[in-house]
Design a protein around this ligand. Sequence first.
Ligand code: SAM
Ligand code: SF4
Length: 339
Amino acid sequence: MSDNRPLVDQFKRTISYLRLSVTDRCDLRCAYCMPEAMQFLPRAEVLSLEELHRMALGFIARGVTKLRLTGGEPLVRRDMIELVKALGRKIGANDGQGALEELTLTTNGTQLSRFADDLREAGVRRINVSLDTLDRDKFAKLSRRDMLPQVLEGIDAALAAGLKVKINTVALKGINEHEIVDLIAWAHAKAMELTLIEVMPLGEVEEDRFDHYLPLGEVQAELARRWTLSPSAHRSGGPARYFDVGETGGRIGLITPLTNNFCEGCNRVRVTATGQLYPCLGGGEQVDLRAAMRSDDPNTALTEALDVAMKIKPLRHHFAINSPGGAPALARHMSMTGG
Ligand code: SAM
Ligand code: SF4
């Protein structure tokens, strides 16, 4: 019998949302995310497909209803679609072991034209695609790979497959700050929502991220000069605030983890590809689920580890972008925790 107790932390927040990283590898090298010579993990350290699946089932049994697969780039993992299919069977399941309401993923879009139909067939209905610029040269410079045409093709394939696509854009001073209006207009013309994200101090990269830190308050003021923004009642259960844009008929989201406290209603935890559970994206607390999954009694060990995670989930994050000496506020890269 699996454990069906809900996951509730010491501040009475119920955890219903798991972001699960399936690989630390990626086919891009976005400058704010990882260095060009990023050292990827030996494969044995990464959870096997089976381990990922069983672990996810353990979370679902304990009340997780929303599961987001991420990375690294989730679609570069070879057996990824098998995992999506297996987890897709838990959508609306009626087996007494919990059910998913939503299975989704965050991707850079490079592999989408190959996988869009499979994702839809497996039960995925919405995906997030990260895209910071529509300028091919800028894209090649920022991601260190000349793959914008492939990404745009991928987005079109996803839309054609009937997936709802949300674009995530990191706002970067001196890089895409003057392109944000065009990006929003482009996304809205394709009926895609767009969410802007502030750059976060995670992991060593080659340049000083503070040089490119663009407070979204500034962006919002600029957008409001051009367009009619009305606060939207839409909520995603995450840190984003939403606005409807009168002129385009679309919606934008603003995620400002550095300038706003969004922790009160936090309903999520993250697990890396090596099975480290991080109860908070902005905290150092962690629980080793891989050890639990590789123990003699994985079901019991996993559920006990989840109880520990509920005890140590902090009340709020500890980010500060201008940490002394330009050091990252947290040593781990976003490609580990998946954002
Ligand atoms: N590779 C996939 C992608 O790019 O969508 C999934 C993983 S990626 C780490 C998830 C999100 O994190 C992307 O939207 C990316 O732009 C964002 N990201 C990465 N490093 C970041 C940082 N230091 N600050 C803010 N966002 C970051
Ligand atoms: Fe890869 Fe996503 Fe990081 Fe870019 S943001 S390097 S696509 S993991």
